[in-house]
Design a protein around this ligand. Sequence first.
Ligand SMILES: Nc1ncnc2c1ncn2[C@@H]1O[C@H](COP(=O)(O)OP(=O)(O)O)[C@@H](O)[C@H]1O
Ligand SMILES: [Mg+2]
Length: 234
Amino acid sequence: MNNILEVRDIHTYIGQFYILQGVSVAVPAQSITVLLGRNGAGKTTTLKSIMGLTAPRRGEILFEGQNLVGKRPYDIARLGIGFVPEHRAIFKALTVRENLEIAERSSGDLKKRIDFIFDLFPDLKRLYTLPGGQLSGGQQQMLAIARALVPENRLLLIDEPSEGLAPVIIESLMHAIRTLAKQTTVLLVEQNFIVARHLADRYTIIEEGRSVHAGEMASLTQDPALIHRYLGAA
Ligand SMILES: Nc1ncnc2c1ncn2[C@@H]1O[C@H](COP(=O)(O)OP(=O)(O)O)[C@@H](O)[C@H]1O
Ligand SMILES: [Mg+2]
């Protein structure tokens, strides 16, 4: 199978806490895969484990066949993986432009990418010289994603992009993520099941630190019992 990323049975500790107790996720190239699960299930920790921010003690994470476990976050990013963390950690005192320029440091070339970024998020063009702190929540999320697009990443990890945003903003974000996924692969955490259902091709459900179910999104939407059991929705 043509998986750009394969997380294989990872076990991750945070301090002395045994948080991930066997998570596996397969992410086919050029697709959108979503991690689902209740609050505290281990979705964010899974993304951080991939990035090496909370390194797994056991298991393998293969990116284009190469094992990431044991590599440092910076080196993992350099391989072509972008991470958009929860709560959009942009620099509020820096302008939109400066936020994007900082993202250049690792390996990107903003000049080469800026047209693509403006096509995807036209708002950012208008706001280019404003401080990040003056942007709305939705615009800050767009900037957070745009930062991960400055290097030509082949895989993007995006943690809860729709959190706290108005429906109309979520709609335009979903459109952007779908456009993005034509060029790159996306692994997403999304608590809003309606958003997840419309965006994702595949899903993996995480419960209490373990991956318990995975498959095509189209079949999950036809299985209300499964959705109810693991997600408490629908
Ligand atoms: N820094 C930390 N110290 C201790 N426990 C943590 C820490 N970060 C996360 N956890 C715990 O790990 C579990 C998984 O958290 P997380 O991956 O953030 O869940 P999710 O993203 O699915 O809501 C939760 O029980 C959470 O309380
Ligand atoms: Mg989380």
